[in-house]
Design a protein around this ligand. Structure first.
Ligand code: ADP
Length: 141
């Protein structure tokens, strides 16, 4: 077991459907601690950087349009094995395949409209935390 911090984005479906409080409540009830939180609007460059691994996929323009519909909320969450823990709480990428009781299973719509992004490895978490939070924006308490 190791103490980790992971990066979560609450996507435009969560923001527009007023699900932010509910999703935060699930993370906090699961014992994850908020180390950082901010709202931001994705610009084209940041989006392309964040989704570089899917930038050549045919569905990328649709993702780009979706992710820019409203601002998103970036969260830095800390806890034991936080990277895997958060992804377990979310369920699989495709909300339709996610079990009830998971965030995507209960609140998501499909493979794109799936409530949250979350880092999938320690390397991704380090890069993504740096991408969304500057020095002095992550707190220890
Ligand atoms: P995850 O977000 O679960 O790590 P990926 O990194 O594979 O999943 O994909 C990034 C995002 O791209 C997904 O969260 C989803 O919003 C979108 N996406 C993935 N696959 C598809 C698809 N087949 N059609 C539309 N959007 C997709």
């Amino acid at each position: 077991m190791s103490q980790e911090t992971t990066l979560v984005l609450l996507k435009p479906d969560a923001v527009s459907k007023q699900l932010v409080g509910q999703v935060l409540e699930r993370f906090q009830s699961a014992g994850l601690k908020i180390r950082g939180l901010k709202m931001l609007q994705f610009g084209d460059a940041l989006l392309r950087e964040h989704y570089a691994h899917i930038a050549e996929k045919p569905f990328f323009p649709e993702v780009q349009n979706f992710m820019q519909q409203t601002p998103v909320i970036a969260l830095a969450l800390e806890g034991e094995n936080a990277i895997a823990h958060v992804r377990d709480l979310l369920g699989p990428t495709d909300s339709k395949k996610a079990d009830k009781g998971t965030i995507r299973g209960d609140l998501g719509v499909d493979v794109m409209i799936n409530v949250c992004h979350a880092s999938d490895s320690t390397d991704a978490a380090a890069a993504e935390l740096k991408r969304f939070f500057g020095e002095g924006e992550l707190f220890h308490y």
